[in-house]
Ligand binder design. Structure first.
Ligand SMILES: Nc1nc2c(c(=O)[nH]1)N[C@H]1C(S)=C(S)[C@@H](COP(=O)(O)OP(=O)(O)OC[C@H]3O[C@@H](n4cnc5c(=O)[nH]c(N)nc54)[C@H](O)[C@@H]3O)O[C@H]1N2
Ligand SMILES: Nc1nc2c(c(=O)[nH]1)N[C@H]1C(S)=C(S)[C@@H](COP(=O)(O)OP(=O)(O)OC[C@H]3O[C@@H](n4cnc5c(=O)[nH]c(N)nc54)[C@H](O)[C@@H]3O)O[C@H]1N2
Ligand code: SF4
Ligand SMILES: [Mo]
Length: 892
């Protein structure tokens, strides 16, 4: 496959950017944006740009393992099929479950769903999309009659008003954000409103930021609906009167502002802008979905669009932006326990069974993710197969997930990594093919189906997920119906099911692709559904091959039985658990720019790992003072479910009363930063989506008496190091960095540090300097002239040297005398070597370099910084941060 370019799709976020990948004769992979892909038109963000860094085989799971030992495929698959069959025979089909992922390809997902619902005969298959999109799914069904996103990315460019609700678009959907920013540039009348309790990088570029009280979105959008109705806007749609009446119970604008916790003038500005702007798009994401009122929040937003008839038109729609690359594909095949397949509910069980010709069919919904793990812990589910997700990190009350897996008689995990917090709980481990090695399709946030294509050979014994599932199905006696030879075979079957007995009832219709040939599948260009078969279109009186699938509901026809859209009356209610005297703060959780979820892939890229190197907890300055939290020191956050310890960041970007911590770090990378363990498992009663954005919490300083860091060419086994009470690993290409802290000071640092680095008995050059009076200690371990490790200890973190320049000394080349001295002195010989924390990951430009350039050259714009030091000139993901550094420099 060398020497050619393969067009495929980025495996990260739901933007679904097309990429072009090539492998040269030396095996070096290069990835660039695909100019021909309509969703990104060649653009990529920092994560997409760094994809080539992440395809290496380090730490990959390459062979099946059973009970902790390497096994061959036959015995591993027999164990899975036999184990499941035995439990089903004894306890019935509802005693087993699959827990799958929006990171599976549509074909993998389709086969998993078919096996569980049509052959095992249970609906106990749920997906991590439950934690992500299920409120949007339920909201769409209530409003439209089907789970369908009406608009497309072009709408954000066309709109005169874009409202982002609970979405940090600049970091989480960066290419859509770039498209939006580019559209706004020449057109100052295009307005952006950001609704988020935190002042995020996205909020920085808004015309108006409403830092609402956590969980108050229903109050806000009910307030808007009442305002719109007050302007004389009416609607004949079912539910309109009831929804308006419910909204009017909020009272006047002052009571709404009070409930939402924002300035009344800002609120009025938002309401008048929305009322006056026909072309308005409201984008919503996890600040809306991940709530015990998630579904109501979704409908509160959609109500405002239905009342004003702003849907199905260019530049006007409510827009649920999806997180994972194939969140949408998973919803299409029925990966959620609450649907059957192809957007059909359990009322269509006979249709689905007829199509599959299956021996049985699930007739009622299965357990949703949080309940599913409860049932495992309680022993009601006795076998679980987890694919492409890491629930020991990502579920709320994640320690329960770990306990559940420990208690479960059969835990099967299909993954690409040898170790994750979940993999470490498995009885059977199945090595899956990773991105770059697997082929199939994904659907992005704008209903665009794109191909993922393999451009690297399958490593070790890894296999595509659909093959693994089909093999297990065969061993369970269902071979004839799972005799797929290629992903294309599965895709055709899926497409045919969407059209089967459809008669125009379901918007999801891929009928036109049901007879696609292998060759056509191979070269399939990105294509948006619906794609009815020509016959179906003709029967429905529409023209064959309707070209315009860009927008749904353009003709005001909806999949509800009455053919209309419904407004849903909703009443505001607070989070499931409110802050109290013992837990006075609300813990909010979310993402950072350069990491993806549980870091299994982004941590392979040194430049991505360097952007935000450590887990942190953000706290407002007033709260920091109340709770004695100091910026840069460690703090422990405790909730009723668990505890994490992270670096405190004191900032007024955070609302008073709230904390924010990232979701990414876990046991593989830090001693105590798995934030899911602290997250409230309360869920939305309709969708079952957890309340990840709001857990009552307390915070206290972590009583470290020393802080330090280690750079080491070889990885250290942190769990086993004496005297290190707290650690974070920051992966690098030629070194590992460990940020460490302890609650006891050792008598002899030389002895202690020597043991960490196991230098005893080796022929090494060992330099160290200890100053007991000041509590400072430094050591360098040089082997054969090259730097092997460097250690710095100080009583407070402020007294530790900057990290960035030290990384540059791990070159594998002999050290110069000046460099040795610099290490011991704790500062670089040349000050410009200290670049500060990484800002631009494409060109490796640090904060200090940018600050120095701004000051030295009097730079005053993001573009000028780009011209001077290159930062921000490739993918542009760091532009909001450069703007922030400029603002900071102008203040100082
Ligand atoms: N860099 C990066 N990008 C990603 C991912 C990643 O891991 N890393 N993951 C992808 C996935 S799967 C997903 S689901 C998306 C998520 O994308 P987003 O939803 O944009 O990301 P989050 O950081 O989870 O949360 C968004 C915002 O909701 C805000 N919020 C919290 N509570 C409330 C509230 O009550 N009301 C409102 N209005 N806002 C609130 C938070 O402060 C936060 O800034 O990102 C995708 N993109
Ligand atoms: N506190 C808190 N928790 C959250 C959230 C939050 O905002 N706050 N957000 C939630 C959301 S929206 C999401 S989407 C989840 C994400 O959470 P997870 O799905 O648990 O996170 P990932 O790290 O993406 O896990 C994917 C796993 O699949 C493996 N993998 C990668 N490719 C393949 C493949 O092709 N096949 C197989 N079999 N395995 C593969 C990876 O190595 C990794 O172990 O987290 C949820 N949890
Ligand atoms: S925005 Fe970035 S992470 Fe998302 S698909 Fe595009 S390149 Fe990948
Ligand atoms: Mo997600």
């Amino acid at each position: 496959m060398t020497g050619q370019t393969t067009r495929t799709t980025c495996p990260y976020c739901g933007v679904g950017c097309g990429v072009a990948a090539s492998v040269d004769d030396a095996g070096t992979v290069a990835v660039t944006g695909d100019e021909g892909h309509p969703s990104n038109r060649g653009r990529l963000c920092s994560k997409g740009t760094a994809l080539a860094d992440t395809v290496g085989l380090a730490d990959r799971l390459l062979h099946p393992r059973v009970d902790g030992h390497r096994a061959d495929w036959n015995s591993a698959l027999d164990r899975v099929a036999g184990g499941f069959a035995e439990i089903i025979a004894e306890h019935g089909p509802d005693a087993v479950a699959f827990y799958v992922s929006g990171q599976l390809l549509t074909e993998d997902y389709y086969v998993a769903n078919k096996l569980m619902k049509g052959y095992i005969g249970s609906a106990n298959i749920d997906t991590n999309s439950r934690l992500c999109m299920s409120s949007a799914v339920a909201g769409h069904k209530r409003a439209f009659g089907e789970d369908a996103v009406p608009g497309c990315y072009d709408d954000l460019e066309i709109a005169d008003l874009v409202v982002l609700v609970g979405s940090n678009l600049a970091w989480c959907h960066p290419v859509v954000y770039q498209r939006l920013m580019a559209a706004r540039e020449p057109d100052p009348k295009k307005t952006l409103v950001v609704i988020d309790p935190r002042r995020t990088a996205t909020a920085d570029s808004a015309d108006l930021h409403l830092p609402i009280a956590p969980g108050s979105d229903v109050a806000l959008f009910n307030g808007l609906l009442a305002y719109l109705a007050g302007q004389g806007i009416t609607s004949e749609l079912p539910g309109a009167d009831a929804a308006i009446e419910a909204a009017q119970r909020m009272g006047d604008a002052a009571s709404v502002a009070q409930a939402v916790g924002v300035d009344i003038d800002d609120l009025a500005k938002f309401f008048t802008w929305f009322a006056a702007t026909e072309r308005a798009v409201t984008v919503f994401s996890q600040g809306v979905n991940q709530s015990s009122a998630g579904t109501d929040k979704v409908n509160a937003i959609i109500n405002c669009h239905l009342l004003t008839d702003r849907i199905g038109k260019p530049g006007a729609c409510p827009f649920s932006i999806t997180g994972q690359p194939n969140a949408m594909g998973g919803r299409e095949v029925g990966g959620l326990a609450s649907t059957l397949a192809a957007h059909m509910g359990f009322d269509r069980a006979d249709t689905v069974q007829r199509f599959w010709g299956s021996p049985t069919i699930a007739r009622k919904p299965g357990l949703k993710a949080v309940e599913l793990f409860e049932a495992i812990e309680a022993g009601r589910i006795k076998a679980i197969w987890i694919m492409a997700t890491n629930p020991v990190v990502s579920l709320p009350d994640a320690d329960r997930a770990r306990r559940a897996l420990a208690a479960c008689p059969l835990v099967v995990v299909s993954d690409v990594m040898r170790h994750t917090d979940t993999v470490d709980c498995a009885d059977v481990l199945l090595p899956a093919a990773a991105w770059a090695e697997k082929s199939g399709t994904v659907t992005n946030s704008e209903r665009m189906i794109s191909r993922q294509r393999a451009f690297l050979p399958l490593p070790g014994e890894a296999r595509a997920d659909w093959r693994i599932i089909s093999e297990v199905a065969r061993r369970m006696g269902f071979g004839d119906d799972f005799a797929y030879e290629s992903a294309a075979d599965i895709f055709r079957e899926h497409a045919a099911l969407t059209a089967f007995e459809n008669n125009g009832e379901r918007v999801l219709d891929l009928g036109a692709l049901a007879s696609i040939t292998d060759a056509e599948y191979e070269t399939l260009s990105p294509i948006r559904w619906p794609l009815s078969s020509p016959e179906a279109m003709r029967a429905a009186g529409a023209m064959p091959a309707r070209a315009d699938a860009d927008r749904l509901f353009t003709d005001d026809a909806y999949p509800h039985a009455d053919g209309r859209a419904h407004l849903v009356p909703v009443a505001p209610r607070g989070p499931a658990n409110r802050p109290s005297t013992s837990r006075p703060l609300a813990l909010n959780t979310g993402r950072v720019r350069d990491h993806w979820h549980t870091m299994t892939r982004t941590a392979k890229s040194e430049r991505l790992a360097a952007h935000i190197a450590e887990p942190f907890v953000e706290i407002h300055p007033e709260d920091a003072q109340t709770h004695a939290i100091v910026d840069g020191r460690l703090a422990t956050v405790t909730t009723d479910w668990g505890q994490v310890t992270m670096r405190a960041v004191v900032t007024d970007r955070q609302r008073q009363g709230s904390l924010f911590a990232p979701i990414h770090w876990n046991r593989q990378f830090a001693s105590a930063a798995r934030v899911g363990a602290a997250a409230n498992p309360a869920v939305c009663p309709i969708a079952g989506e957890p309340e990840f954005k709001h857990t009552p919490a307390s915070i206290a300083p972590y009583e470290a008496v020393w802080y330090g860091f280690v750079y080491a060419a070889r990885p250290l086994r942190m769990q086993a190091q004496p005297g290190i009470d707290h650690w974070t690993r920051v992966p690098g290409a030629r070194f590992n960095r460990y940020e460490i802290a302890g609650i006891d000071r050792p008598g002899d640092w030389t002895d202690r540090v020597g043991r960490w680095l196991s230098v005893e008995g080796r022929d090494v050059d060992w330099l160290d300097a200890s100053d007991p009076a000041s509590g400072l200690y430094r050591a360098a371990h040089i082997d054969g002239g090259t730097l092997e490790a460097a250690v710095f200890i100080a009583p407070t973190p402020e007294r530790l040297p900057d990290r960035s320049w030290l990384a540059g000394l791990f070159t594998g080349e002999p050290m110069q005398e000046a460099e040795r001295m610099a290490v011991l002195a704790g500062r670089p010989a040349d000050a410009s070597a200290d670049t500060g924390p990484l800002v631009c990951s494409c060109f490796g430009v640090g904060r200090k370099t940018i600050r120095r350039a701004i000051e030295a050259e009097g730079l005053d714009s993001v573009e000028a910084v780009g011209r001077a030091v290159e930062a921000g000139t490739n993918c542009g993901s760091c532009k909001p941060e450069i703007a922030e550094i400029l603002a900071e420099a102008s203040k100082d």
